[in-house]
Unconditional design. Structure first.
Length: 271
């Protein structure tokens, strides 16, 4: 697998020009912002770096970029992402006092994803035409340890263009192995723990024939080079770059180096 169009991903920096509404879904209540791009004004859903609900601050936004770019490498769709620059005095013109304070606390770069007009939240079951894509999404979420794409929060759009993934701030739990007693389990062991049963796609895939998708996923995983990790890390702003990123890349490299073991665990949980 290679990057789309054989080109490295490009993350633009856009300028926040006005604030729309606060999105009530999502634990950190992202904001809809109108941003200046090189092609005019575009709508973005923005997560602010200094949001207490995020818990991990800028590292959560770094996870968002890592998750989106890694998904794209595996051939999966995400909304276009951007770095949204908020000027220091930008919040002064915001009439809503709560939103004004939140924006005031997060000057500089924040995470944005392109607002999609024609997208609806995914709801099971998986249609036959999207079975292949759904199986690839499930395998991907097992790799990134994404406990946050579940029945309560699908975090996935269902569109005519296919499934579109979003919200990866809670993925990569292995980025902080010191928080786990005894250390974090190996990738092929972690996915066999019961958390995978809560995934939004699990019941649609369990017991179905996913052999081809698992083989394809393992093949892409095997091609996940250290250069890919470096490329993704380079796209993350320096002020968001913490030691956690090294832990993510190391874990993914371990999964790659043991792709056969990881593939076997995928087969076991889906039979």
């Amino acid at each position: 697998m290679v990057w789309k169009n054989n080109q490295e991903p490009f993350i633009p920096i856009v300028q926040a020009v006005s604030v729309g509404s606060s999105m009530t879904s999502g634990r950190n209540q992202p904001l809809k912002m109108f941003c200046q791009t090189k092609n005019g004004i575009s709508d973005y859903i923005v997560k602010l770096w200094n949001t207490p609900e995020l818990g991990l601050g800028v590292h959560s936004l770094a996870r968002e970029i890592y998750g989106a770019l890694l998904a794209n490498f595996f051939g999966l769709n995400t909304p276009d992402v951007a770095l949204v620059y908020v000027e220091t005095d930008f919040s002064l013109g915001i009439p809503d006092l709560n939103i004004r304070e939140r924006v005031f606390q997060s000057p500089g770069l924040n995470f944005g994803s392109k607002y999609l007009l024609d997208a609806s939240i995914f709801s099971p079951p998986v249609t036959p035409s999207k079975f292949h894509e759904a199986a690839m999404v499930f395998c991907f979420d097992m790799l990134i340890g994404n406990l946050d794409r579940n029945f309560r929060k699908p975090n996935m759009f269902d569109t005519a263009r296919g499934l579109i993934l979003f919200d990866h701030e809670q993925a990569f739990p292995y980025s902080r192995p010191q928080m786990w007693i005894g250390g974090f389990p190996a990738p092929w062991d972690f996915i066999k723990e019961s958390w995978h049963e809560n995934h939004i796609l699990y019941t649609s895939l369990k017991g179905k024939e996913c052999a081809l998708e698992i083989e394809e996923f393992a093949r892409i995983l095997y091609g996940l080079s250290d250069d890919i990790f470096a490329t993704i890390e380079e796209k993350i702003p320096a002020e968001w770059n913490t030691p956690d990123l090294t832990e993510i890349s190391s874990y993914l490299a371990n999964a790659r180096d043991n792709a056969e073991l990881f593939k076997r665990s995928l087969q076991e949980i889906l039979v």
